[in-house]
Design a protein around this ligand. Structure first.
Ligand code: CP
Length: 313
């Protein structure tokens, strides 16, 4: 996300508008990527990102291949570099990569000549399309279009939870800051990064109750247990007591505030089950918008014609 400024972020959101409209059609399919082939290479678990990218590519008429690392020649000792070069030689136009190690998509991008590489989440590092779909959802909640976009200037965004291990936090903080929002981080000291130098945040604290009344957006993060975050808090119960968005805390939000969570949610830990069902909680909107955002990203990287027209070249 650090490579994108306000103009580029805004462009992705505007292009996604067209694909939200496509998604509402009885036949939500356009020929924009006909003849193109994309492959998803997921080396780490995923439900929404993989399905969302695959749905996005299929809605644009691309051919989609789902690489299964567990049954690939990686098992015979082939390196990731040789695997990627093989995939490119087959003629794949884009690889969408999720990996538990930070930097893998950037490294893969150095190994390929023609293939567009998309980061679907790398370690603690980045999850750019998640940040873009979050921003899209906020813009939509505030009326959409340019008026919704204008609301980001000075918007009070509170990011809560396991910031230390969160690629979503790293991407969304940059994205919100690019559009002029003021980001406050709230987490136990153990779940903050060792240094926040260079992070574009307005403030950092440990008292969620104190910041909720002024929040326009509350973005909750899951405890990243697969990255050991359970050992950074005394117990889940204590974590929820300090940092969970309970019904009591949700009642402190102003009526227009938006609650976001990238998913998967762990009900009863970072968000109470009943709070996840409130109209203010836009969690399923985030998932729906993710398809349009990923269509926009694929279109901007691979598409050459009008959104619902034929290829130019
Ligand atoms: N938000 C997100 O990345 O979810 P998945 O791990 O299910 O893809």
């Amino acid at each position: 996300m650090d490579d994108l400024g306000a103009e580029e972020v805004s462009e992705v959101l505007r292009v996604a508008d067209s694909f939200v409209e496509v998604g509402r059609r009885a036949n939500p399919k356009v020929p924009a990527l006909r003849g193109r082939t994309v492959a998803t290479l997921f080396f780490e678990d995923s439900t929404r990102t993989r399905m969302s990218f695959e749905t996005a590519a299929k809605r644009m008429s691309a051919d989609v291949l789902s690489f299964a690392a567990g049954s690939s020649s990686l098992k015979k000792g082939e390196s990731l570099r040789d695997t990627v070069e093989t995939i490119e030689a087959i003629g794949i136009d884009s690889v969408i990569i999720r990996h538990s190690s930070a930097g893998v998509p950037a490294r893969v991008a150095q190994w390929v000549d023609h293939c567009a590489v998309i980061n679907a989440g790398d370690g603690w590092h980045q999850h750019p399309t998640q940040a873009l779909l979050d921003l899209y959802t906020v813009r939509q909640a505030f009326g959409g279009g340019d008026a919704g976009l204008a609301r980001f200037e000075g918007l009070q965004v509170v990011v809560v939870g396991d910031i230390r291990h969160s690629r979503v936090a790293r991407s969304q903080i940059s994205a919100y800051a690019a559009l002029g929002a003021e980001v406050t981080l709230v987490a136990p000291a153990t779940l903050l990064p060792p240094s926040l130098e260079g992070w574009p945040v307005a403030s950092v604290g440990h008292d969620l109750d104190a910041v909720l009344p002024k929040a326009d957006v509350v973005s909750l993060l899951r405890l990243q247990s697969e990255r050991g975050s359970g050992t950074f808090v005394p117990s889940l119960r204590e974590y929820t007591a300090g940092y969970g968005l309970t019904s009591r805390r949700a009642a402190m939000l102003h009526p227009d505030a938006v609650i976001l969570h990238p998913g998967p949610i762990v009900r009863g830990v970072e968000i109470a089950s009943e709070v996840a069902e409130l109209p203010a909680a836009r969690i399923t909107d985030q998932v729906s918008n993710g398809v349009a955002i990923r269509m926009a990203v694929l279109f901007l990287l691979l598409g050459q014609g009008p959104v619902d027209g034929a290829h130019r070249g």
